[in-house]
Design a protein around this ligand. Structure first.
Ligand SMILES: *Cc1c(COP(=O)(O)O)cnc(C)c1O
Length: 238
């Protein structure tokens, strides 16, 4: 508990410092506390310290925690990473933001699910910048195609881009990927001008425990920070 408070304080201070150094306001940046692998009590403790946005990766784990924390009405859940097709109906319309839409069939299924239940869902498009085989998301050159599909999905609302760049021990080495996501966002935004229903300021979800200050310097609007807040996770057995 003491540690959680100190960690959260340190992450907030680092966000404020990185924002100030970049000439940005700290309140332009949403800290998503990634609570996967940690119990509902840890989320409740962070909530008591003023944290409101939490990220989860596994549907069942998230559902259990959400049920235990249902008394915290202004808590916002973010679903991170790939959403299996058979789990889509459990998540769509029930989280504040889905990071990320990552394949055509999945987007199609999300739209149909949201439509059939008359639900709306804010989504981020995941971009696989380095086109790593083990990672999800569309390549940079397919981004416009995905954008068009999302804009034609009336129950899904494209709010921005998300990326999970190649991991590196040295945070400075991830800067190049953050720059590329931002440049892609800027190009897509130009294309979006005048399109009905399109958001004209797309968010950038990038940066994790090891490199979030660098991501903020490069324009991140959402940083997804787990370990630096909650400590190490026990490896997930699935
Ligand atoms: C787990 C996870 C994070 C948080 O990673 P940390 O290194 O613990 O900060 C961020 N984004 C995604 C997509 C994740 O799966």
């Amino acid at each position: 508990m003491v540690e959680l408070a100190a960690n959260l304080e340190a992450v907030r201070a680092a966000i404020a410092a990185a924002a100030a150094a970049a000439g940005r306001r700290a309140d332009e940046i949403t800290l998503v506390a990634v609570s996967k692998g940690h119990p509902a009590e840890a989320v409740r403790a962070a909530y008591a310290l003023g944290q409101r946005d939490f990220g989860e990766n596994y549907v069942q784990e998230w559902q259990e925690k959400a049920a235990q924390l249902a008394d915290l009405p202004d808590l916002r859940w973010h679903f991170l990473g790939h959403l299996q097709r058979n789990k889509i109906r459990h998540v769509i319309g029930h989280v504040a933001l889905l990071h990320a839409a990552d394949d055509m069939a999945g987007i199609d299924e999300m739209q149909r699910t949201a439509w059939s239940q008359n639900l709306q869902q804010d989504v981020l498009l995941q971009i696989n910048l380095a086109e790593e085989a083990q990672k999800r998301g569309c390549g940079e050159e397919d981004a416009e195609l995905f954008l068009d599909v999302l804009l034609r999905s009336p129950n899904l609302h494209l709010r921005g881009l998300m990326t999970l760049p190649p991991a590196d021990e040295e945070p400075e080495l991830t800067r190049v990927w953050f720059k590329r996501l931002r440049a892609l966002r800027d190009r897509l935004q130009v294309r979006l001008r005048g399109r009905p229903g399109a958001s004209t300021s797309l968010w950038l979800s990038m940066g994790m425990s090891g490199d979030f200050p660098v991501a903020i310097a490069e324009g991140a609007t959402h940083v997804r920070v787990g370990t630096a807040i909650f400590g190490a996770r026990t490896p997930k057995v699935r």
